[in-house]
Write a protein that binds this ligand. Sequence first.
Ligand code: FES
Length: 172
Amino acid sequence: MSKSEMIQSDIGSVLTAEEIAEIDAELAHIPYRSGAAIDALKIIQAKRGWVSDECLQAIARHLEMSAEELEGVATFYNLIYRRPVGEKVILFCDSVSCWIGGCDDIKDKISNTLGVDYGETTADNSYTLLPVPCLGACDRAPVMMVGDDLVTHLDEKKIKQLFGKTKKGSTN
Ligand code: FES
């Protein structure tokens, strides 16, 4: 077996054929392999919920990058999760407009209702709470994303409606 075949079989022991095919489809539009780094990370995250060290190393080998280079991309792009997250991620905006709109009190209400702080996941694995810089909806501050949904004009009533029935407590 040639060196490149060994590398490919090594990658194939971590990533599925479907995942590799999706990454390769991105590569077809990009002149250099490392240019698909973010797309490849997103593909794996969409399928697995987060990007483990093992997956990151396999993606790096497939893109002919070092794991350190790809880790740098993953770290810079703050929507790539390098630890397991809950079924939905709450991306809570704590930037200026939302801060002026009282996001600190809203964040406390979320933390008290769910029993989690930033970086933590609820005991029932429903939600992970993360801070995020401006979500681009400053005119509707304070705002957050819950999974794919943007929730605007946050107040205590909305937090209770959204999370009041979630079991309180964190896994970490
Ligand atoms: S500051 Fe929160 S959306 Fe812009």
